[in-house]
Ligand binder design. Structure first.
Ligand code: HEC
Length: 129
């Protein structure tokens, strides 16, 4: 359950992050969050094929692959993940996390697929709110 002030803070943050994304797109990262209209349905397919094994069907980091992983896969439903900008999530997917089973997906996924999967991660994290 979320109290009214929490909801309000969330809206403010979501708005702020959106502005932040708009501004940071001028720094020309290798994949821009705005380059394609992200497609959640395509993102879901990518997620189910490549990510669910670790991050779990609902994004809570409880997929079957999580048990054998020393570093627990990120739980996208946690506020900590939710607060990250699309750019930050995209960077992690693109380059991976050093010394963790989360490897870089650049080369395996297209720019569009990476953006779609971020859009789908957002759907999963929304579901927890
Ligand atoms: C082999 C297991 C594994 C697979 C497969 C995997 N991940 Fe991860 N992922 C992890 C782990 C472990 C972490 C956490 C690393 C850490 O906490 O330092 C992580 C972290 C992340 C993060 C960072 C979240 C945050 O809050 O900073 C994102 C985004 C992410 N993964 C997306 C994906 C996507 C998208 C896919 C599929 C294309 C994927 N992962 C596939 C294990 C995996």
């Amino acid at each position: 359950m979320m109290t009214a002030p929490q909801k309000c803070i969330r809206r403010l943050l979501a708005g702020g992050l959106f502005v932040f994304c708009m501004m940071s797109s001028s720094t020309t990262p290798s994949v821009s969050a705005q380059a394609y209209p992200p497609d959640r349905a395509r993102g879901k397919a990518v997620y189910e094929r490549h990510c669910q094994i670790c991050h779990g069907p609902t994004g809570r980091g409880d997929g079957p692959g999580a048990a054998s992983s020393k570093i627990p896969p990120a739980n996208f439903q946690k506020f900590q993940s939710f607060l990250k900008s699309d750019e930050e999530l995209l960077r992690t997917i693109e380059h991976g996390v050093v010394f963790s089973p989360m490897h870089a997906w650049r080369g395996q996924l297209t720019d569009g697929e990476m953006q779609d999967v971020v859009a789908y991660i957002r759907v999963l994290s929304e579901q927890a709110r």
